[in-house]
Structures are given as structure tokens and as C-alpha cells.
Design a protein around this ligand. Structure first.
Ligand code: AMP
Length: 629
């Protein structure tokens, strides 16, 4: 029986553009989506740094247009977002990765190569340059989502289930776990986004007692596209196959519109705005809004005052034009749907339900293509596409916790999205665990030494579908000493994937008695435990700096409110006529001091608190004298 966790546990959908948090409510027999302090059920995945403070969520997004170079998107996964270091795209990747190199050209902030070729984002915080890695940015969003839950539950939260795109590779999953650790969270389980959505959908269907169903989850979000085919029966949720693209989503569609309108602006005004990050940011925001409108209307208006060099921009974009600009991307989605069905060896006619998840699944053309493909099958949108993933994550969290009685005892069987194997002679990929194998899983293969007196064997572990090993993603390399053994000595290599989809590889040389077990920890491009410790300390520092800022803002507001009330009283003749001349002078000079302080943002919190106390004491003692009289 798997270990159960104590205390409240939440489900976090760490999204490209928005994140969402939910918790299982045992008394209500369902998961609850938790709203943030602004009353919204999803929170922008934005982090911003200013001269005074760090902002996360709504406040970070609100100032993004005016502070583009210091606003970092939580997920390094978008390619176009000009203000964004899309952390989900950077996570688990190397700086020299061609995907990152392409993205960097579009980001307004600087990304540089850090240790081990790890990409680092440079931001300016309190006047100083800071280098942050993708895990740290993601950890900030995780922390924010955790705080939202803590406020709602009125208790500290340490345990969470975090979702990732199904197509995330091994390093990206590990990096997401590291982000949780930096946020001070115990990530109990990493689950795939479409699988989480299926949990939410399946629970609903289960309530209706519909028997065995093949459910196709189509999850098109802001920056990633995931599909999964599951079979739901009673309490079991079996993922049959999963496919996707970690670089395809709403932001790509926005991008196409932006590029189109940049050309239009150039044609109309003979001005090129493509180098101006602020103008592009404003245009992108308008395009995203127009794109949403086009899901309901056949045309949308773009109106931006003084977009560039004081020149206004006005344009109308039709749904037909939007579809034409993106048709190849929509068709790419359909190709991925087909490949998932092929992997599961299931005919499209056997699919009972097609479930839409992710904001971009609202695009009418996408829905039409899907309907046509699945032969007019109704697409299911009974679950909220923005909330289903967090809902499912909360269900999974409850399943892993002690003391939860009313969550159905579901058994979730996920799959590995990429084939895993070892390079053999001639740079050939020898697959040990084929893609779409159910996890957790463990497979052992026997290999042999190739030469007499070979001092060691090298084990190179790859993930990917290419037959040439080096064309795949190298996860790790290690050597196992074999002490000059003869050719043909058997070496047992074991691949095991845990429930989080994280891989461990070990090798053993049994016959010589020189038993040795080596496990690949895949430190390649990953944070070392020392680095994680440092980042945890830094995260605490950020948090206490944020708290300091909040406290100072509170102290300033309290002083301001007191001054406001004092001013009102001092305008009342019936009061001031009774004050002594000395008290009048004391009060007015204390008020001047207070007002000057409000304008001086540089002062420490205690100065505001002290001045407020001084003001209260002067004012109250003067008032006491009047009241006595
Ligand atoms: P998600 O990652 O699931 O939060 O999806 C966010 C993406 O969905 C963003 O790119 C949004 O622009 C997009 N989106 C949200 N609502 C709509 C809509 N009504 N029509 C088209 N795209 C939308």
C-alpha cells in the first residue's frame, strides 16, 4: 500500500497563461476550485520584478505592458510572448537547445547560459540584476497558488499534486518537482494534464453510471497541446495512449495574428514596429482579446491608441482570416489526434466521448475539425475547460491523503509519453520501454560486453522515437566497471519509471560477483541539491521581502487613513475652537510630518508605525482635554 500523506493536499494546474488550484472537500463529496484574492478562479502565471517589489499573479499581469523586460511568464513554453520567459518552455532544457535559441530572439528580457548550459533569466529587482532559472519562476507561481489555498483553508498547506503536459520529458518532470521543492512544497505526485482532466470528467460520468467508455481528451491550452485516450470503467482509469506537442497552443495563434497585423501597420504607415517590445506587447494583448471574440463573433476590432510613434492603429479581423492564418496549426492538432489513436490501436468509431479541455479548445474551427473527424460526434464541454485539470489534480491529491473518506477509490493507470532506451553499437537506439507503456513500470534487459578485457561498459540512456540514438534526447551516461572481463559478459540493465513518470536506470554485472548498482539520477541540466537548498533560502528571502512590502504598504495606508480622518476633524469649527493654541500647533506640525512621510516612499515600515503612534497620542490627548471640558 502506497504511503499516505497527512494534512491538507491541493491540486495545482500550473498553466502557461493561467494557473488554477483546487482542493477536495470531503464534506461536499467534490473538489472545490479556489478563487484568488481578486475573486478569480484562475490566476495569471506571471511574475514581475520592480524597483520596490516582486509581484505574482494578477498584479504582475496588470503591470506587464508598462514593465515588459521585467515581467516573466511562469512557463518557459511560449515562443512568442514578448514579455515572457515562458518558464514551462525553458524548464528542463539547455540554453543551446534550438527551441530555446528561437524563443530567446522573441523575448524582451535577457536569457543567458548559466552553469551546465542551463538557461537563466536576467531581471532587475530593487535596482539590482538577478539571475533566475525556470524552476525558480515556476516555484513562485506554485507558492502563490499554495497561498491562495492556505487563505481558503485557513491552514498551512505542504502537500500538492502538480500537473504537467503529457508530453513533458523526463528532465522537464524532474525540474517541475524541483520547482515544488523550491516553493517549500512536497510534490506528492506529478500527473499529466489530460489525465487529470479525465479524472474530473470520469468522476462526473461515474456519477451517472455509464459503464465502460473510451474517452478522448483534447487539451489545447496557451502553449501546449496534449491528447490522451483513456478507458474508464468503474473505478479504473486506464490511459491507452498519449501524444502532443509542447510548443503548440493559443499563443501560437496570437502570434500569427500579431505578425499579420505588424505587416498591415507597416503597409498602412510605412513604420516597422517589430523591434519595439512595448508596441508588440500591446498589439499581442489586443490580438489575444480579438481571438477570444472570434470564438463567438465572426469579426473582431483591434483599436490601439498611439501604438507606435503616436500613430493609432485600427483594424478589423474576420474569423475567416484568423482561421486562414492558423489553418496549418489546426491541422497539426488533428494529425496528433490521429497518431494518438494509431498508438492506442483504436478506431475513431470506438471513441465514446471527446472531451474539450484548455482555453483554446473553444476555437470554433478547431471544434469543427474535430467534429468532422469524429463523424459528427458531440464534443463534450460539460466540464469547465479552464478548471478540469486542477479539479482532477485535487482528486488525485485526496486519493494520496490520510483521512479522506468520500473520494472514490479510483485507480489511475498513466503511460509514458516517450520511448526510453539505451544506445547500442553503431549509435542505434535500443528501446527498453516503448512509448505509451503503462506506468509505474520496470523492465530489465540483458546486454553483453563487446570485447575481451573491456575495462568498463558505457550506458547511454536516451528518450525519443528516432532510431539513431544520438538523434534522441540524452538523459544520462554512466560507466559500469567490468574489470577486464571476456567478451560476451552479461550486463543487466534495468529501467524503472515511477508513478510520477520519472525514470531511474541501474546496471548490474552479476557473473563476476563484482555487483554494482548504478542509478542514473539525470543531473544533466538539473539542479543539484545544493542549488535547490540555495534557491529555497532565496525563495524565503523573496517571501520575506514581499511580506516586508505588504507590511509597509499596510502601515502607509493606516497612516494615510488616520491623517484623512484628522483632517476632517480639524475642519470642524466646533472642535478646533475648543483646542488650545499649543495643541493646534502640535497637531498641525504632526500632520505635516505625517503627510511628508507618506510622500517619502523610501522610509522603513517602523518609521510609518512610529509616526502614526505619535500622531495618535498627540491627537487623542488633545481630544481628551476637549471632552473633559
Ligand atoms: P489554458 O492554458 O488552458 O489556460 O488556455 C489559455 C489559452 O486559451 C490562451 O491562449 C487563451 O487566449 C485561450 N483562450 C481562452 N479563451 C478562449 C476563447 N474563448 N477562444 C479562443 N481562445 C481562448
Amino acid at each position: 500500500m502506497a504511503k499516505k500523506y497527512e494534512g491538507p493536499a491541493i491540486g495545482i494546474d500550473l498553466g502557461t497563461t493561467y494557473s488554477c488550484v483546487a482542493v477536495w472537500q470531503d464534506q461536499n463529496n467534490r473538489a472545490e476550485i479556489i478563487h484568488n484574492d481578486q475573486g478569480n478562479r484562475t490566476t495569471p502565471s506571471f511574475v514581475a520584478f520592480t524597483n520596490e517589489q516582486r509581484l505574482i499573479g494578477e498584479s504582475a499581469k496588470n503591470q506587464a505592458a508598462s514593465n515588459p523586460t521585467n515581467t516573466v511568464f511562469a512557463f518557459m513554453r511560449t515562443k512568442q510572448t514578448l514579455i515572457v520567459a515562458d518558464a514551462k518552455r525553458l524548464i528542463g532544457r539547455k540554453y543551446s537547445d534550438s527551441v530555446i535559441q528561437n524563443d530567446i530572439q522573441l523575448w524582451p528580457f535577457k536569457v543567458v547560459a548559466g552553469n551546465d548550459d542551463k538557461p537563466e533569466i536576467i531581471v532587475k529587482y530593487k535596482g539590482e540584476e538577478k539571475r533566475l532559472c525556470a524552476e525558480e519562476i515556476s516555484s513562485m507561481i506554485l507558492m502563490k497558488m499554495c497561498e491562495i489555498a492556505e487563505k481558503f483553508l485557513e491552514s498551512p498547506v505542504k502537500n500538492a499534486v502538480v500537473t504537467v503536459p503529457a508530453y513533458f520529458n523526463d528532465s522537464q518532470r524532474k525540474a517541475t518537482k524541483d520547482a515544488g521543492a523550491i516553493a517549500g512544497l512536497n510534490v506528492m505526485r506529478i500527473i499529466n494534464e489530460p489525465t487529470a482532466a479525465a479524472l474530473a470528467y470520469g468522476l462526473q460520468k461515474r456519477a451517472n453510471n455509464v459503464g465502460r467508455r473510451n474517452v478522448f481528451i483534447f487539451d489545447l491550452g496557451g502553449g501546449t497541446f496534449d491528447v490522451s485516450l483513456l478507458t474508464l470503467e468503474d473505478d479504473s482509469f486506464d490511459v491507452k495512449a498519449t501524444a502532443g506537442d509542447t510548443h503548440l497552443g493559443g499563443e501560437d495563434f496570437d502570434n500569427r495574428m500579431v505578425n499579420h497585423l505588424v505587416k498591415e501597420f507597416k503597409r498602412k504607415n510605412k513604420m516597422d514596429i517589430s523591434g519595439n517590445s512595448r508596441a508588440l506587447r500591446r498589439l499581442r494583448t489586443a490580438c489575444e482579446r480579438a481571438k477570444r471574440t472570434l470564438s463567438f463573433d465572426t469579426e473582431a476590432t483591434i483599436d490601439i491608441d498611439a501604438l507606435y510613434d503616436g500613430v493609432d492603429f485600427h483594424s478589423i479581423i474576420t474569423r475567416a482570416k484568423f482561421e486562414q492564418l492558423n489553418m496549418d496549426l489546426f491541422e497539426k492538432c488533428l494529425d496528433i489526434v490521429k497518431s494518438c489513436l494509431a498508438d492506442a490501436k483504436m478506431a475513431k468509431g470506438s471513441v465514446d466521448d471527446v472531451v474539450l479541455v484548455g482555453g483554446s479548445s473553444r476555437i470554433p474551427k478547431v471544434q469543427q475539425l474535430l467534429k468532422d473527424f469524429f463523424k459528427e460526434k458531440d464534443l463534450c464541454s460539460s466540464i469547465n475547460p479552464d478548471e478540469a485539470v486542477a479539479y482532477g489534480a485535487a482528486v488525485q491529491a485526496a486519493l494520496l491523503c490520510e483521512g479522506i473518506k468520500n473520494v472514490p477509490n479510483l485507480v489511475l493507470q498513466d503511460v509514458t509519453p516517450l520511448s526510453l532506451g539505451k544506445a547500442i553499437d553503431g549509435d542505434v537506439m535500443n528501446v527498453v520501454i516503448p512509448r505509451n507503456t503503462s506506468i509505474p513500470t520496470k523492465k530489465t534487459r540483458k546486454y553483453s560486453t563487446l570485447e575481451d578485457n573491456q575495462p568498463y561498459v558505457s550506458i547511454m540512456v536516451y528518450e525519443g522515437e528516432r532510431m539513431v540514438a544520438s538523434e534522441n534526447n540524452l538523459l544520462g551516461l554512466f560507466h559500469l566497471s567490468v574489470r577486464h572481463a571476456p567478451r560476451g559478459l552479461p550486463i543487466h540493465v534495468c529501467f524503472s519509471i515511477d508513478a510520477d513518470g520519472i525514470l531511474n536506470v541501474s546496471a548490474e554485472e552479476k557473473t563476476s560477483g563484482n555487483k554494482k548498482d548504478i542509478t542514473i539520477t539525470n543531473e544533466n541540466g538539473r539542479l543539484s541539491s545544493k542549488e535547490i537548498e540555495r534557491m529555497i533560502v532565496e525563495a524565503e528571502h523573496f517571501k520575506s521581502e514581499d511580506m516586508k512590502h505588504v507590511k509597509k504598504a499596510r502601515a502607509m495606508r493606516a497612516l494615510d487613513a488616520y491623517l484623512y480622518n484628522m483632517k476632517k476633524v480639524m475642519k470642524d469649527n466646533s472642535v478646533t475652537s475648543k483646542l488650545t493654541a499649543v495643541d493646534k500647533v502640535k497637531i498641525s506640525s504632526a500632520m505635516i510630518k505625517g503627510e511628508e512621510l507618506i510622500d517619502d516612499n523610501e522610509q522603513e515600515t517602523f518609521v510609518f508605525v512610529d509616526v502614526l503612534r505619535e500622531l495618535e497620542s498627540i491627537f487623542e490627548s488633545a481630544m481628551k482635554k476637549i471632552n473633559k471640558d
